[in-house]
Design a binder for this molecule. Structure first.
Ligand code: ZN
Length: 216
């Protein structure tokens, strides 16, 4: 299977799709957050640098981050999903160089394409059972609980889990899209971009992704 660079706006379903790739196809999920936490824990040379940035409440520099990603990719012998990187065109270019250095050419950039309206309903309508953690959504017929606010499976109360309201979600969504517009263009020109319609069901989205990853 091809390696994956995952790009998706908030609430596009990236987490769900990553989990499925890990479960069913043995992908390793690499998120920038995990890489940073791991480096700090390991107390490597880079890790100590990372810690000094984080302790001061600062973002690590691009050069530290790309080196951490390089170290991580060097030590992986399974297909990977890179999540949360790149976020800028400069980072995308740096990543291209690293992948070339490591002789990794078998990858695709998957963009989960979803309208703001659907993403917002997914994010704001989501409810989770306080007991069995099953999730529901009040905006989608097939995901509504049978009794409002109550879990179908175990009868416990459903909780809303979001810090967003409409306005904050809208801002977050639009900021993200403008941030990544140049990256999408960059990968499109390189013919690495796969645009997936992420308004379909999770199952259909997953099938579409797999089809593309098996394509040559
Ligand atoms: Zn439940």
């Amino acid at each position: 299977m091809k390696n994956v660079i995952f790009i998706a706006p908030p609430a596009a379903g990236k987490g769900t799709q990553s989990d499925k790739l890990v479960e069913k196809y043995g992908y390793v999920h690499i998120s920038t957050g995990d890489i940073l936490r791991y480096a700090v824990k390991e107390e490597s040379e880079l890790g100590l640098k990372v810690k000094s940035y984080l302790d001061r409440g600062k973002f690590v520099t691009d050069s530290i981050m790309i080196n951490l990603i390089k170290d991580t990719l060097m030590n992986i012998n399974k297909p990977f999903i890179l999540d949360g990187y790149p976020r800028t065109l400069k980072q995308a270019r740096a990543l291209t160089n690293i992948l070339e250095e490591l002789n990794i050419s078998d990858y695709k950039v998957i963009f989960l394409d979803v309208s703001e309206d659907i993403a917002m309903k997914r994010a704001l309508g989501r409810m989770v059972c306080s007991h069995c953690k099953r999730s529901y959504n009040k905006y989608f017929e097939e995901l509504k609980p049978k009794t409002s606010g109550i879990c179908n499976k175990c009868g416990h109360k459903l909780e809303v889990r979001t810090d967003d309201n409409k306005q904050s979600f809208k801002t977050r969504f639009e900021d993200y899209l403008s941030e990544i517009a140049s990256i999408l263009e960059y990968y499109k020109k390189k013919e690495l971009l796969i645009d997936i319609n992420a308004e379909n069901s999770d199952k259909k989205i997953f099938c579409d992704i797999i089809k593309e990853l098996n394509n040559d």
